[in-house]
Design a binder for this molecule. Structure first.
Ligand code: SAM
Length: 283
């Protein structure tokens, strides 16, 4: 920033639209900093009040996350996101995909059993969006960014492409495998595309065991972050039913399978408290 309120940007070889976009993004960054310090100030006040009342004080989210991270086990399971669908998405969908990936990362940070998360085939607009929109993504822990596609990075035998259309059911997680999620937001315009590509290239595939454990009143194609969160919840609990109830949003009409005798309530408050129901509706 050059002077109060003024925004400095490099205008060389940028179109008017790009300049406007950059300005907006820089202003948003400034706003975020402002919001962050307001939040910190409020936390300080709240803590001072709690201290005066003789109550325990809460650490900042950042500190709590750090503490959670130090309790984490080192990752043994690989989960990759296949980022080669840029050409089939518009800017809004790409933005949405990157937001979903941020959710996957947030889930990983809070997990007791984090995955080694890989973004493969990362280039073009998705990479640009990460660069422009996600501050500090290069420092993400337990995450690898790869320009090469998953077929070049992993041994063929170790890949299991996840797809709702597969006839194979994923029963367990196998640490010798890498589970690949299609990094794709297409509102179902390209039904089964990532699946048919994986089949054509000769990779193994599997679907999540949704219908075996819960009832869904909508299609079983989940968003990238919901697939990731379901896998993460299963890695911690070893219970698919609980994992789906925790991660699939209520608006998809998720219910306990009628054949399963249950009270329908999760007992794992640890996970419960951190799974958001506000996730994207954009599969
Ligand atoms: C929004 S979906 C993409 C849908 C897109 N029409 C396609 O066919 O690739 C994003 C990714 O999540 C994974 N996925 C979604 N639902 C799944 C399910 N029920 N079982 C396994 N993987 C699933 C797949 O890897 C899929 O590519």
């Amino acid at each position: 920033m050059t002077e109060a309120g003024a925004v400095s940007i490099d205008v060389v070889s940028l179109s008017k639209r790009q300049i406007k976009k950059r300005k907006k993004e820089e202003q948003w960054r400034l706003k975020k900093d402002e919001l962050r310090s307001t939040r910190k100030e409020r936390l300080r006040e709240r803590n001072a009040k709690r201290k005066a009342e003789g109550k325990a004080t809460k650490g900042s989210t950042r500190k709590r996350l750090k503490r959670m991270e130090t309790d984490q086990l080192p990752p043994t399971q690989r989960v990759a996101i296949d980022m080669r669908f840029d050409h089939l998405m518009n800017d809004k969908d790409i933005k949405n995909l990157i937001r979903q990936i941020e959710r996957c990362y947030a889930c990983n940070r809070r997990s007791k059993k984090p995955f080694h998360m890989l973004l493969t085939g990362l280039s073009g607009k998705s990479l640009e969006r990460l660069e422009e929109g996600v501050e500090g993504y290069r420092n993400w822990k337990n995450v690898t960014f790869e320009r090469r596609g998953y077929g070049e990075v992993f041994e063929k035998e170790s890949v299991v492409y996840l797809a709702a259309e597969s006839d194979n059911v994923l029963a367990e997680l196998d640490s010798s495998k890498v589970y690949v999620i299609g990094g794709f937001v297409d509102h179902n315009h390209h039904k089964g595309l990532s699946f048919s590509q994986a089949v054509a290239a000769g990779f193994s595939h599997a679907r999540l065991p949704i219908s075996e454990h819960v009832k869904l009143n909508s299609r079983k194609v989940l968003t990238v972050n919901h697939v990731y969160e379901a896998l993460a919840a299963f890695a911690e609990t070893g219970d698919w039913r609980e994992s789906f109830l925790l991660t699939i949003p209520h608006r998809k009409g998720v219910e306990t399978h009628p054949s399963v005798h249950t009270d329908g309530h999760s007992t794992n408050t640890d996970i419960d408290s951190r799974v958001s129901d506000k996730a994207e509706s954009n599969a």
